[in-house]
Design a protein around this ligand. Structure first.
Ligand code: FE2
Ligand code: FE2
Length: 139
């Protein structure tokens, strides 16, 4: 079943989105790891800045693919979700700049983890299924 899914994903040219999603969680793991590394906590801001620019590039790519195939109202709703997460990342960076503590890193890592799990495993999965349906129908 897993194999079938990844074949479908390859076939419809959305493998790159899937790889991006893995990378997003990897950034959050890096942030999480810093909670127990007091000497390295100064890197937290840099990790989030890289996540922000990575996420920005990802959503531009994802939105372009969605816009090509799906109705505007569905895509617009998803774009709003992306925008709210860009705001959340920006706020998190600002917060860490003024309060670089293990506690704050933990709070932000938890928040981002929850937000992106919900986004990627629920909303992205859903909308990518719709995208696959439409692409398949056009074959
Ligand atoms: Fe995504
Ligand atoms: Fe998305």
């Amino acid at each position: 079943m897993k194999q079938a899914n990844s074949d479908v994903i390859n076939e419809f040219g959305i493998k790159n989105l899937d790889e991006d999603h893995q990378a997003i969680f990897h950034y959050i793991e890096q942030l999480q790891d810093l909670v127990n590394e007091p000497k390295n906590q100064a890197y937290a801001v840099g990790i989030l800045e890289r996540l922000l620019s990575f996420f920005l590039a990802h959503v531009i790519n994802e939105e372009q693919q969605l816009q090509q195939y799906l109705p505007t109202n569905i895509v617009d709703e998803h774009i709003l979700l992306h925008q709210s997460e860009l705001v959340l990342l920006d706020k998190s960076i600002k917060s860490l700049k003024v309060k670089l503590t293990a506690n704050n890193i933990q709070t932000i890592a938890d928040q981002l983890n929850q937000e992106f799990k919900n986004h990627i495993y629920r909303y992205d999965r859903n909308i990518i299924q719709k995208l696959i349906k439409v692409k398949r129908a056009k074959l």
